[in-house]
Design a protein around this ligand. Structure first.
Ligand code: FAD
Ligand code: NAP
Length: 532
């Protein structure tokens, strides 16, 4: 029998969980948060690896729901580092009195929907059961780490770390022989710093990755004052950008193919100097046309050759595929790190890691000896955290069963057969392809509005209609096919986790998605069905 009853349970205490708790408490609901970590911050609680920072500018990557909050908080850098973002999350939790609502050190392991009571029973790792009317999964898109099942994983006698579960007190690599597996964003941020500390660092690269310098720098007080003078208007313009950030950054919509080689070179150089994602705003067709994309990737390859002194290493570091297809990395001295004498790159594209051993690992028939191994091997993204819980909807049907061939949602918010269960930034929403703080605010407010609607209509539950869900899944898929995104082995497609269904999960284009949400609301929440 349940230990306690609530109106709403919010699982996860990252940016999404915070804002939901704040909004739902404001509705007068008895609301509880459950978080498996021992503190708030979500992503920024877990990812404490050296060099971790945001790749969307802090002026954008922050809440807008409270003007006093956005006015008073001062970011020290253009792209703030993890400790500062975690401090911000703690500040928000305290400023809005959220901490007492959250039960920490507790995982939700199971959730069952009872059709007769139209309520959920939520089972926790502490052996407690909570009964709730609304269940909201603010469990994150990048919150379940992926550690490949290398043979001999447990035999290594040294220290191992995953970037996404980094020790709270940091790691001292001084004088150590370190191996790092992976060359995604987490590796690209941490490699220059680990390299400067360790005795030597060996990087195991399966696929070379595109990275553009972040061009990080201290915040410019004049620029910040300009934005803060009219932050609401700035945020409105940001929401009209395809990824909901950077409204004042130069964006071009012309074709790279139409430009002369000299103009292209100048434009690519200018956008390289802007840094990070803004590189892809050099032309309008870079994510639509493979020939245009190749021009942009050729430019990056030429930069790698200029930066990396050893031609063989430069060649290995030069990605072959489509730039932007996997999330573009934003670095601070990544390629430069390979000019250090204590850094070596090992290509494992043809010869995978065979096994871990007591002293290190073996690949290509060669044994490497380490004191420490870092797994920068990413996440079971978007669906991982949801499917790790045993969620059962109407008729006892499990979410794992329903999503066996890939995630099915209506607007990334609800799932047919799972009434009163909401997914924050779920698959089928812009989520990871947009500024996620803006995305979570949008979803939190929409879920609040749906709950208000249910209560106003004196209904007991709401559920996605089957046809609405089918149409939406098809729309998400069609949209991705118009772009180059599905053409590489990215985690957007689930390709990084063996056996995961290969389905493009996020919805491309924040403004169109926002329009869709408005349209649905105007049409009396069309596609959502009330139950009485
Ligand atoms: P999270 O922050 O992931 O929080 C989810 C929480 O749910 C976690 O604390 C987790 O412990 C908890 N949880 C999960 N399952 C359970 C369970 N079963 N029981 C209890 N608790 C559970 N996005 C951007 O837009 N810009 C960036 O610059 C950016 N940088 C990033 C850098 C890194 C290193 C990573 C990994 C991601 C980055 N992201 C970025 C994406 C980032 O995840 C989001 O921006 C945002 O922090 C997500 O907030 P959230 O609250 O939705 O999820
Ligand atoms: P990731 O991008 O998925 O990179 C994982 C790396 O591990 C890849 O290089 C991958 O190689 C490699 N790998 C995985 N399995 C392997 C195996 N069995 N053998 C060898 N190599 C293997 O993960 P991430 O770097 O943690 O980043 C995930 C996402 O988090 C990012 O895309 C981004 O959205 C977010 N993030 C953002 C920032 C930021 O700058 N703000 C920083 C970190 C993370 P393949 O490419 O061959 O699969």
């Amino acid at each position: 029998m349940p230990n306690q009853q609530f109106d709403a349970i919010v699982v996860g205490a990252g940016f999404a969980g915070h804002y939901l708790l704040h909004l739902l408490r404001g509705e007068g609901l008895a609301v509880k948060g459950i978080e498996r970590g021992d503190g708030v911050g979500g992503t920024w609680y877990w990812n404490r690896y050296p060099g971790c920072r945001c790749d969307v500018e802090s002026i954008d990557y922050s809440y807008q729901f409270s003007d006093p909050l956005q006015q008073e908080w001062v970011w020290s850098e253009r792209y703030s580092a993890q400790p500062e973002i975690l401090a911000y999350s703690n500040h928000v939790a305290d400023r809005f009195g959220l901490r007492p609502l959250i039960q920490f050190d507790t995982s939700v392991i199971k959730a069952d929907y009872n059709e007769s009571t139209q309520r959920w029973w939520v089972h926790t790792s502490q052996g407690k059961i909570y009964d709730t009317r609304f269940l909201i999964m603010a469990t994150g898109c990048l919150s379940t780490t992926n550690t490949p099942a290398f043979p001999g994983l447990d035999t290594f006698a040294g220290r191992t770390f995953h970037t996404g579960q980094w020790p709270q007190n940091g790691v001292d690599f001084t004088g150590r022989r370190v191996g790092i597996i992976g060359t995604g964003s987490s590796a690209i941020q941490s490699i220059p710093i680990i390299a400067a500390e360790a005795k030597d660092l060996t990087v195991f690269q399966r696929t070379a990755n595109f990275s553009v310098p972040a061009q990080n720098r201290p915040s410019d007080p004049a620029e910040v004052a300009r934005v803060k003078a009219n932050y609401a208007e700035y945020r409105q313009r940001a929401a009209q950008q395809s990824a909901a950030f950077g409204p004042d950054q130069p964006r071009n919509f012309d074709s790279a193919l139409a430009a002369s080689p000299e103009d292209r070179q100048r434009r690519f150089e200018a956008h390289w100097q802007l840094g990070g994602f803004m590189y892809l705003a050099a032309y309008g067709d870079l994510m639509l046309n493979e020939d245009a994309n190749r021009l942009a990737s050729d430019f990056v390859r030429s930069k790698i050759r200029q930066i990396v002194k050893d031609p063989a290493t430069a060649e290995l570091l030069s990605p072959k595929g489509i730039i932007g297809c996997k999330r573009l990395c934003a670095d601070s001295g990544y390629f430069e790190a390979y000019n250090r004498d204590n850094v070596q790159l090992v290509d494992i594209s043809q010869q995978p890691i065979e096994r871990l051993t007591k002293t290190g690992l073996v690949t290509g028939g060669k044994a490497y000896t380490f004191d420490d191994i870092v797994f920068a091997t990413g996440f079971d993204a978007m669906t991982g955290s949801l499917l790790r819980m045993d969620i059962r909807g109407k008729g006892g049907r499990s979410l794992n069963d329903k999503w066996a061939a890939g995630p099915l949602t209506y607007l990334g918010l609800m799932i047919e057969g799972f009434p009163n269960l909401f997914t924050m930034t779920g698959p089928g929403s812009p989520s990871v392809l947009a500024n996620m703080v803006t995305g979570v605010e949008q979803h939190a407010e929409y879920i609040r509005d749906l709950i208000q609607w249910i209560r106003k209509e004196k209904a007991s539950a709401v559920e996605a209609a089957p046809a609405a869900e089918n149409d939406w899944v098809a729309a998400v898929n069609v949209r991705s096919q118009l772009t180059l995104y599905p053409r590489c082995n990215s985690w957007y497609l689930g390709a990084n986790v063996p056996g995961k269904p290969r389905v493009f999960m996020p919805y491309i284009g924040f403004p169109d998605y926002t329009n869709k949400l408005h349209g649905v609301r105007e049409a009396q929440f069309a596609g959502f069905e009330l139950q009485r």
